[in-house]
Design a protein around this ligand. Structure first.
Ligand code: SAH
Ligand code: SF4
Ligand code: F3S
Length: 435
Protein backbone atom coordinates (compact mmCIF):
# COMPACT_ATOMS: atom_id res chain seq x y z
CA UNK A 1 0.00 0.00 0.00
CA UNK A 2 1.33 3.42 -0.95
CA UNK A 3 0.92 6.67 0.96
CA UNK A 4 1.20 10.11 -0.60
CA UNK A 5 1.27 13.04 1.81
CA UNK A 6 1.35 16.76 1.20
CA UNK A 7 2.28 19.02 4.11
CA UNK A 8 1.39 22.71 4.26
CA UNK A 9 1.91 25.23 7.07
CA UNK A 10 4.36 25.32 9.92
CA UNK A 11 6.87 23.02 11.63
CA UNK A 12 4.04 21.76 13.82
CA UNK A 13 2.35 20.34 10.75
CA UNK A 14 5.64 18.85 9.50
CA UNK A 15 5.94 17.06 12.81
CA UNK A 16 2.32 15.89 12.64
CA UNK A 17 2.96 14.52 9.15
CA UNK A 18 6.02 12.66 10.43
CA UNK A 19 3.87 11.18 13.18
CA UNK A 20 1.16 10.08 10.74
CA UNK A 21 3.77 8.55 8.42
CA UNK A 22 5.23 6.61 11.35
CA UNK A 23 1.83 5.33 12.46
CA UNK A 24 0.92 4.23 8.94
CA UNK A 25 4.26 2.60 8.15
CA UNK A 26 4.56 0.73 11.45
CA UNK A 27 0.97 -0.11 12.49
CA UNK A 28 -0.36 -0.35 8.92
CA UNK A 29 1.19 -1.64 5.76
CA UNK A 30 2.11 1.62 4.00
CA UNK A 31 5.25 2.86 2.27
CA UNK A 32 5.71 6.41 1.06
CA UNK A 33 5.41 7.46 -2.56
CA UNK A 34 6.15 10.77 -4.27
CA UNK A 35 3.57 10.02 -6.95
CA UNK A 36 -0.05 10.66 -6.03
CA UNK A 37 -1.22 8.64 -9.07
CA UNK A 38 0.05 5.35 -7.62
CA UNK A 39 -1.05 6.08 -4.04
CA UNK A 40 -3.69 4.06 -2.14
CA UNK A 41 -4.03 6.83 0.40
CA UNK A 42 -3.64 10.58 -0.24
CA UNK A 43 -3.32 12.85 2.78
CA UNK A 44 -3.30 16.64 2.72
CA UNK A 45 -2.08 18.11 6.00
CA UNK A 46 -3.61 21.57 5.81
CA UNK A 47 -2.90 25.04 7.22
CA UNK A 48 -5.52 27.72 7.82
CA UNK A 49 -3.45 30.56 9.24
CA UNK A 50 -4.06 32.69 6.14
CA UNK A 51 -6.93 32.60 3.68
CA UNK A 52 -5.13 31.99 0.39
CA UNK A 53 -3.77 28.45 0.90
CA UNK A 54 -7.09 27.48 2.43
CA UNK A 55 -8.97 28.67 -0.64
CA UNK A 56 -6.73 26.50 -2.84
CA UNK A 57 -7.59 23.37 -0.85
CA UNK A 58 -10.76 22.53 -2.75
CA UNK A 59 -9.21 22.85 -6.19
CA UNK A 60 -6.40 20.63 -4.96
CA UNK A 61 -8.80 17.98 -3.70
CA UNK A 62 -10.45 18.10 -7.15
CA UNK A 63 -7.10 17.53 -8.86
CA UNK A 64 -6.23 14.55 -6.66
CA UNK A 65 -9.71 13.10 -7.19
CA UNK A 66 -9.15 13.23 -10.98
CA UNK A 67 -5.73 11.55 -11.07
CA UNK A 68 -5.99 9.05 -8.20
CA UNK A 69 -6.51 5.28 -8.53
CA UNK A 70 -10.26 4.53 -8.29
CA UNK A 71 -9.78 2.66 -5.02
CA UNK A 72 -7.53 5.31 -3.42
CA UNK A 73 -8.79 7.21 -0.39
CA UNK A 74 -8.36 10.93 0.30
CA UNK A 75 -7.97 12.20 3.87
CA UNK A 76 -7.88 15.88 4.89
CA UNK A 77 -5.87 16.45 8.05
CA UNK A 78 -4.52 19.39 10.04
CA UNK A 79 -5.75 22.86 10.90
CA UNK A 80 -8.34 23.41 8.14
CA UNK A 81 -9.73 19.97 8.96
CA UNK A 82 -10.10 21.10 12.59
CA UNK A 83 -12.15 24.17 11.93
CA UNK A 84 -14.16 23.11 8.87
CA UNK A 85 -14.81 19.51 9.91
CA UNK A 86 -17.75 17.89 8.12
CA UNK A 87 -18.18 20.85 5.80
CA UNK A 88 -15.14 19.56 3.87
CA UNK A 89 -16.91 16.29 2.99
CA UNK A 90 -20.08 18.20 2.07
CA UNK A 91 -18.16 20.47 -0.29
CA UNK A 92 -15.87 17.74 -1.63
CA UNK A 93 -17.61 14.32 -1.60
CA UNK A 94 -14.45 12.63 -2.90
CA UNK A 95 -12.94 13.10 0.58
CA UNK A 96 -13.09 9.90 2.67
CA UNK A 97 -12.26 11.30 6.09
CA UNK A 98 -11.37 14.47 7.99
CA UNK A 99 -8.82 14.39 10.81
CA UNK A 100 -8.17 17.53 12.87
CA UNK A 101 -4.75 18.77 13.99
CA UNK A 102 -5.44 17.70 17.54
CA UNK A 103 -6.44 14.15 16.54
CA UNK A 104 -3.61 12.85 14.41
CA UNK A 105 -2.86 9.96 16.78
CA UNK A 106 -6.15 8.45 15.47
CA UNK A 107 -4.83 8.16 11.91
CA UNK A 108 -4.53 4.37 11.80
CA UNK A 109 -8.15 4.01 12.99
CA UNK A 110 -9.74 6.63 10.79
CA UNK A 111 -8.35 5.30 7.51
CA UNK A 112 -10.66 2.28 7.93
CA UNK A 113 -13.82 4.34 8.45
CA UNK A 114 -15.57 5.95 5.50
CA UNK A 115 -16.75 9.54 5.84
CA UNK A 116 -15.47 9.74 9.43
CA UNK A 117 -14.79 13.16 10.98
CA UNK A 118 -12.53 13.42 14.06
CA UNK A 119 -11.88 17.06 14.85
CA UNK A 120 -12.48 17.59 18.59
CA UNK A 121 -10.14 20.33 19.76
CA UNK A 122 -10.38 19.13 23.36
CA UNK A 123 -8.94 15.72 22.47
CA UNK A 124 -5.75 15.20 24.46
CA UNK A 125 -2.89 13.23 22.95
CA UNK A 126 -0.19 14.97 24.98
CA UNK A 127 0.82 11.64 26.54
CA UNK A 128 0.47 9.55 23.37
CA UNK A 129 3.73 7.84 22.44
CA UNK A 130 4.30 7.79 18.70
CA UNK A 131 6.68 5.26 17.24
CA UNK A 132 10.13 6.66 16.45
CA UNK A 133 11.04 4.81 13.24
CA UNK A 134 12.02 7.57 10.82
CA UNK A 135 15.04 8.92 9.04
CA UNK A 136 15.33 12.49 10.10
CA UNK A 137 19.10 12.80 9.59
CA UNK A 138 20.96 15.15 11.89
CA UNK A 139 18.07 17.43 12.90
CA UNK A 140 14.78 16.35 14.40
CA UNK A 141 11.58 18.08 15.42
CA UNK A 142 10.30 17.33 18.91
CA UNK A 143 6.96 18.52 20.34
CA UNK A 144 7.03 19.89 23.87
CA UNK A 145 3.47 21.18 24.01
CA UNK A 146 0.26 21.11 22.02
CA UNK A 147 -2.32 23.86 21.49
CA UNK A 148 -2.29 27.54 22.45
CA UNK A 149 -3.94 29.41 25.33
CA UNK A 150 -3.48 32.90 23.88
CA UNK A 151 -6.23 34.82 22.16
CA UNK A 152 -4.37 36.95 19.61
CA UNK A 153 -7.16 38.81 17.82
CA UNK A 154 -6.10 37.73 14.30
CA UNK A 155 -5.16 34.10 14.91
CA UNK A 156 -7.10 30.94 14.14
CA UNK A 157 -4.62 28.53 15.75
CA UNK A 158 -6.35 28.29 19.17
CA UNK A 159 -9.49 27.23 17.25
CA UNK A 160 -7.64 24.53 15.34
CA UNK A 161 -5.29 23.19 18.01
CA UNK A 162 -7.23 23.79 21.22
CA UNK A 163 -5.92 24.72 24.63
CA UNK A 164 -2.29 24.45 25.60
CA UNK A 165 -1.05 21.26 27.27
CA UNK A 166 2.61 20.50 27.98
CA UNK A 167 3.99 17.08 27.14
CA UNK A 168 5.37 15.33 30.25
CA UNK A 169 9.11 15.79 30.84
CA UNK A 170 9.92 12.05 30.92
CA UNK A 171 8.30 11.54 27.51
CA UNK A 172 10.30 14.40 26.00
CA UNK A 173 13.56 13.11 27.51
CA UNK A 174 13.00 9.53 26.38
CA UNK A 175 12.17 10.74 22.86
CA UNK A 176 15.34 12.90 22.84
CA UNK A 177 17.42 9.88 23.91
CA UNK A 178 15.95 7.70 21.16
CA UNK A 179 16.64 10.43 18.61
CA UNK A 180 20.24 10.82 19.80
CA UNK A 181 20.74 7.04 19.50
CA UNK A 182 19.53 7.19 15.91
CA UNK A 183 22.18 9.81 15.02
CA UNK A 184 20.30 13.07 15.61
CA UNK A 185 22.59 15.91 16.75
CA UNK A 186 20.20 18.86 16.78
CA UNK A 187 16.74 19.09 18.31
CA UNK A 188 14.13 21.62 17.28
CA UNK A 189 11.63 21.87 20.13
CA UNK A 190 8.13 22.76 19.01
CA UNK A 191 5.21 24.55 20.60
CA UNK A 192 3.10 27.66 19.93
CA UNK A 193 4.52 29.26 23.11
CA UNK A 194 7.50 27.10 24.05
CA UNK A 195 8.56 29.33 26.93
CA UNK A 196 5.19 28.82 28.57
CA UNK A 197 6.20 25.15 29.05
CA UNK A 198 4.98 23.57 32.27
CA UNK A 199 1.94 25.76 32.84
CA UNK A 200 -0.54 22.87 32.42
CA UNK A 201 -0.10 19.11 32.15
CA UNK A 202 -3.00 16.71 31.69
CA UNK A 203 -1.65 14.20 34.23
CA UNK A 204 -0.08 14.86 37.67
CA UNK A 205 3.37 16.29 37.09
CA UNK A 206 6.25 17.78 39.02
CA UNK A 207 6.66 21.52 38.62
CA UNK A 208 9.02 22.59 35.81
CA UNK A 209 9.37 25.53 33.45
CA UNK A 210 11.01 25.99 30.03
CA UNK A 211 14.41 26.94 31.47
CA UNK A 212 14.27 23.72 33.52
CA UNK A 213 13.40 21.69 30.43
CA UNK A 214 16.34 23.15 28.48
CA UNK A 215 18.59 22.31 31.39
CA UNK A 216 17.44 18.67 31.46
CA UNK A 217 17.62 18.23 27.68
CA UNK A 218 21.20 19.48 27.64
CA UNK A 219 22.14 16.42 29.71
CA UNK A 220 21.11 14.01 26.94
CA UNK A 221 24.29 12.44 25.51
CA UNK A 222 24.70 12.84 21.76
CA UNK A 223 22.47 15.92 21.47
CA UNK A 224 24.88 18.72 20.57
CA UNK A 225 22.47 21.50 19.71
CA UNK A 226 19.03 22.57 20.88
CA UNK A 227 16.79 25.05 19.07
CA UNK A 228 13.14 25.88 19.66
CA UNK A 229 10.23 27.69 18.04
CA UNK A 230 8.42 29.89 18.99
CA UNK A 231 8.92 31.61 22.30
CA UNK A 232 6.40 34.35 23.11
CA UNK A 233 7.86 37.81 23.90
CA UNK A 234 5.54 38.10 26.88
CA UNK A 235 7.14 35.12 28.65
CA UNK A 236 10.74 36.17 28.03
CA UNK A 237 11.64 36.68 31.66
CA UNK A 238 15.23 37.02 32.88
CA UNK A 239 15.41 33.38 34.00
CA UNK A 240 14.60 32.23 30.47
CA UNK A 241 17.07 34.65 28.83
CA UNK A 242 19.82 33.67 31.27
CA UNK A 243 19.29 29.95 30.61
CA UNK A 244 19.30 30.66 26.86
CA UNK A 245 22.59 32.53 27.20
CA UNK A 246 24.41 30.15 29.52
CA UNK A 247 23.32 26.70 28.31
CA UNK A 248 26.14 25.64 25.95
CA UNK A 249 23.91 23.30 23.94
CA UNK A 250 21.25 25.92 23.25
CA UNK A 251 21.97 27.50 19.85
CA UNK A 252 22.35 31.23 19.93
CA UNK A 253 19.59 31.97 17.45
CA UNK A 254 16.03 32.65 18.44
CA UNK A 255 12.72 33.40 16.73
CA UNK A 256 10.82 36.13 18.60
CA UNK A 257 7.56 36.97 16.81
CA UNK A 258 7.03 40.74 16.90
CA UNK A 259 3.79 40.98 14.82
CA UNK A 260 3.79 44.79 15.05
CA UNK A 261 6.11 47.49 16.37
CA UNK A 262 3.22 49.74 17.41
CA UNK A 263 2.07 49.45 21.02
CA UNK A 264 -1.39 50.57 19.94
CA UNK A 265 -1.68 47.77 17.39
CA UNK A 266 -0.10 45.22 19.75
CA UNK A 267 -2.83 46.11 22.21
CA UNK A 268 -5.65 45.58 19.74
CA UNK A 269 -3.92 42.38 18.59
CA UNK A 270 -4.04 41.30 22.28
CA UNK A 271 -0.37 40.32 22.25
CA UNK A 272 0.10 41.30 25.88
CA UNK A 273 3.31 43.33 25.42
CA UNK A 274 4.31 46.77 24.14
CA UNK A 275 7.01 48.01 21.76
CA UNK A 276 9.04 49.05 24.83
CA UNK A 277 8.82 45.60 26.43
CA UNK A 278 9.88 43.93 23.18
CA UNK A 279 12.88 46.24 22.77
CA UNK A 280 13.74 45.87 26.44
CA UNK A 281 13.88 42.07 26.06
CA UNK A 282 15.99 42.36 22.89
CA UNK A 283 18.41 44.69 24.70
CA UNK A 284 18.73 42.25 27.60
CA UNK A 285 19.23 39.36 25.17
CA UNK A 286 21.91 41.21 23.19
CA UNK A 287 23.69 42.18 26.39
CA UNK A 288 23.87 38.50 27.36
CA UNK A 289 24.63 37.14 23.85
CA UNK A 290 26.10 39.91 21.65
CA UNK A 291 26.28 37.67 18.55
CA UNK A 292 22.72 36.30 18.88
CA UNK A 293 20.75 35.62 15.67
CA UNK A 294 17.18 36.93 15.90
CA UNK A 295 14.24 36.00 13.69
CA UNK A 296 10.70 37.32 13.68
CA UNK A 297 7.18 37.28 12.21
CA UNK A 298 5.47 40.52 11.24
CA UNK A 299 1.90 41.23 10.13
CA UNK A 300 1.24 44.47 8.22
CA UNK A 301 -2.17 45.98 7.58
CA UNK A 302 -3.84 44.85 10.79
CA UNK A 303 -7.14 46.78 11.17
CA UNK A 304 -6.46 50.28 12.46
CA UNK A 305 -2.78 50.32 11.42
CA UNK A 306 -1.94 53.85 10.23
CA UNK A 307 1.31 55.30 8.86
CA UNK A 308 2.56 56.10 12.34
CA UNK A 309 1.98 52.51 13.52
CA UNK A 310 3.77 51.17 10.48
CA UNK A 311 6.68 53.56 11.16
CA UNK A 312 7.01 51.93 14.60
CA UNK A 313 7.28 48.51 12.94
CA UNK A 314 10.00 49.85 10.61
CA UNK A 315 11.73 51.35 13.61
CA UNK A 316 11.85 48.01 15.45
CA UNK A 317 13.09 46.30 12.28
CA UNK A 318 15.95 48.78 12.05
CA UNK A 319 16.78 48.75 15.74
CA UNK A 320 16.84 44.96 16.05
CA UNK A 321 18.20 44.14 12.57
CA UNK A 322 16.44 40.78 12.33
CA UNK A 323 18.44 37.95 10.75
CA UNK A 324 15.31 36.26 9.44
CA UNK A 325 11.86 37.73 8.96
CA UNK A 326 8.59 36.16 7.85
CA UNK A 327 6.17 38.92 6.94
CA UNK A 328 2.54 38.79 5.89
CA UNK A 329 -0.36 41.01 4.97
CA UNK A 330 -3.13 40.62 7.54
CA UNK A 331 -5.69 38.04 6.48
CA UNK A 332 -9.08 37.97 8.25
CA UNK A 333 -9.76 34.47 9.57
CA UNK A 334 -13.05 32.96 10.74
CA UNK A 335 -13.56 32.39 14.50
CA UNK A 336 -11.13 35.19 15.36
CA UNK A 337 -11.86 38.42 17.21
CA UNK A 338 -10.70 40.71 14.42
CA UNK A 339 -12.78 38.81 11.85
CA UNK A 340 -15.87 39.99 13.71
CA UNK A 341 -14.83 43.62 13.19
CA UNK A 342 -15.81 43.26 9.52
CA UNK A 343 -14.71 46.19 7.37
CA UNK A 344 -14.08 48.40 10.39
CA UNK A 345 -10.55 49.78 10.35
CA UNK A 346 -9.56 47.57 7.40
CA UNK A 347 -6.41 48.82 5.68
CA UNK A 348 -6.91 48.98 1.88
CA UNK A 349 -5.22 46.06 0.09
CA UNK A 350 -2.85 48.27 -1.95
CA UNK A 351 -1.74 50.17 1.15
CA UNK A 352 -1.03 46.92 3.00
CA UNK A 353 0.91 45.33 0.12
CA UNK A 354 2.86 48.53 -0.33
CA UNK A 355 3.83 48.45 3.35
CA UNK A 356 4.85 44.81 2.97
CA UNK A 357 7.24 45.64 0.12
CA UNK A 358 8.72 48.60 2.00
CA UNK A 359 9.32 46.30 4.98
CA UNK A 360 10.80 43.50 2.89
CA UNK A 361 13.08 45.83 0.90
CA UNK A 362 14.42 47.33 4.09
CA UNK A 363 15.03 43.85 5.45
CA UNK A 364 16.95 42.81 2.32
CA UNK A 365 19.16 45.88 2.75
CA UNK A 366 19.79 45.01 6.39
CA UNK A 367 20.73 41.43 5.47
CA UNK A 368 23.11 42.59 2.74
CA UNK A 369 24.82 44.92 5.14
CA UNK A 370 25.03 42.26 7.86
CA UNK A 371 26.41 39.64 5.44
CA UNK A 372 29.21 42.00 4.32
CA UNK A 373 30.20 42.56 7.94
CA UNK A 374 30.51 38.78 8.40
CA UNK A 375 33.50 38.46 6.02
CA UNK A 376 36.49 37.13 7.97
CA UNK A 377 34.38 35.84 10.90
CA UNK A 378 34.44 32.16 11.85
CA UNK A 379 31.47 29.99 12.81
CA UNK A 380 30.92 26.38 13.83
CA UNK A 381 28.65 24.87 11.19
CA UNK A 382 26.63 21.67 11.52
CA UNK A 383 26.84 20.12 8.04
CA UNK A 384 23.32 19.22 6.89
CA UNK A 385 23.52 18.99 3.16
CA UNK A 386 26.16 18.09 0.56
CA UNK A 387 26.17 18.12 -3.23
CA UNK A 388 28.80 16.38 -5.33
CA UNK A 389 29.64 16.93 -9.01
CA UNK A 390 31.15 19.93 -10.74
CA UNK A 391 29.44 22.52 -8.56
CA UNK A 392 30.00 20.59 -5.37
CA UNK A 393 29.37 22.16 -1.99
CA UNK A 394 28.55 21.47 1.63
CA UNK A 395 26.05 23.50 3.58
CA UNK A 396 24.84 23.96 7.12
CA UNK A 397 23.90 26.39 9.85
CA UNK A 398 26.06 28.19 12.35
CA UNK A 399 25.18 28.11 16.00
CA UNK A 400 23.52 31.52 15.61
CA UNK A 401 21.37 30.30 12.77
CA UNK A 402 23.20 31.58 9.67
CA UNK A 403 23.02 29.37 6.59
CA UNK A 404 26.56 29.01 5.21
CA UNK A 405 27.57 27.45 1.92
CA UNK A 406 31.04 25.92 1.56
CA UNK A 407 31.80 25.50 -2.16
CA UNK A 408 34.12 22.81 -3.54
CA UNK A 409 34.28 20.94 -0.24
CA UNK A 410 32.53 17.66 0.51
CA UNK A 411 32.28 17.44 4.27
CA UNK A 412 30.56 14.83 6.40
CA UNK A 413 26.87 15.30 7.19
CA UNK A 414 26.46 15.56 10.97
CA UNK A 415 29.95 16.93 11.63
CA UNK A 416 30.39 20.34 13.23
CA UNK A 417 33.10 22.21 11.29
CA UNK A 418 34.85 25.53 11.88
CA UNK A 419 34.20 27.72 8.85
CA UNK A 420 35.56 31.14 7.91
CA UNK A 421 33.34 33.48 5.89
CA UNK A 422 35.11 34.38 2.66
CA UNK A 423 32.43 36.22 0.76
CA UNK A 424 28.83 37.39 0.81
CA UNK A 425 26.33 37.20 -2.03
CA UNK A 426 23.41 39.50 -1.29
CA UNK A 427 22.33 38.27 2.12
CA UNK A 428 23.94 34.79 1.73
CA UNK A 429 27.20 33.68 3.27
CA UNK A 430 29.95 31.70 1.55
CA UNK A 431 32.84 30.24 3.49
CA UNK A 432 35.63 27.69 3.65
CA UNK A 433 36.61 25.27 6.37
CA UNK A 434 39.21 26.73 8.70
CA UNK A 435 41.67 25.18 11.14
N1 SAH B 1 2.61 30.95 17.95
C1 SAH B 1 3.28 31.79 17.09
C2 SAH B 1 2.71 31.94 15.70
C3 SAH B 1 1.90 30.94 15.00
S1 SAH B 1 1.16 31.40 13.47
C4 SAH B 1 3.31 33.19 17.72
O1 SAH B 1 2.73 33.47 18.70
O2 SAH B 1 3.91 34.07 17.13
C5 SAH B 1 2.54 31.90 12.49
C6 SAH B 1 2.53 33.32 12.04
O3 SAH B 1 1.50 33.54 11.10
C7 SAH B 1 2.27 34.34 13.11
O4 SAH B 1 3.42 34.65 13.82
C8 SAH B 1 1.73 35.52 12.36
O5 SAH B 1 2.76 36.41 11.99
C9 SAH B 1 1.12 34.90 11.12
N2 SAH B 1 -0.34 35.01 11.16
C10 SAH B 1 -1.18 34.42 12.04
N3 SAH B 1 -2.46 34.77 11.79
C11 SAH B 1 -2.42 35.61 10.72
C12 SAH B 1 -3.42 36.33 10.01
N4 SAH B 1 -4.70 36.27 10.33
N5 SAH B 1 -3.02 37.11 8.97
C13 SAH B 1 -1.71 37.19 8.62
N6 SAH B 1 -0.74 36.53 9.27
C14 SAH B 1 -1.07 35.76 10.32
FE1 SF4 C 1 -1.76 32.40 17.41
FE2 SF4 C 1 -1.12 34.12 19.28
FE3 SF4 C 1 -1.31 31.51 19.87
FE4 SF4 C 1 0.70 32.41 18.39
S1 SF4 C 1 0.31 32.95 20.52
S2 SF4 C 1 -0.56 30.60 17.97
S3 SF4 C 1 -0.23 34.05 17.20
S4 SF4 C 1 -2.99 32.86 19.26
FE1 F3S D 1 0.63 25.75 11.77
FE2 F3S D 1 -0.97 26.65 9.90
FE3 F3S D 1 -1.95 25.27 11.87
S1 F3S D 1 0.73 27.73 10.77
S2 F3S D 1 -0.61 25.69 13.59
S3 F3S D 1 -0.51 24.53 10.33
S4 F3S D 1 -2.89 27.02 10.94
Amino acid sequence: MKLYIETLGCAMNMRDSEHMITELTTKEDYTLTEDAKEADLILINTCSVREKPERKLFSEIGQFARIKKPSAKIGICGCTASHMGEEIIKKAPSVNFVLGARNISKISEIIHKDKAVEVAIDFDDSTYVFDTVRNTGVRALLNISIGCDKKCAYCIVPHTRGKEISIPLDLIISEAKKLAESGVKELMLLGQNVNNYGVRFSTPHQSINFAGLLNKLALVDGIERIRFTSPHPLHMDDEFLEEFASNPKVCKSIHIPLQSGSSKILKSMRRGYSKEWYLNRIAKLKSLVPDVGIGTDIIVGFPGEDEEDFAHTMDVLEQVGFDTMYSFVYSPRPHTESFAWGEEGMVPKEVASNRLSILQNKHREILKHKAKKEIGNTHYVLIENIKSGEESFSEGRSDNGKLIKIPQEILKIGDIIKVQIAQSDGGSLIGQSAL
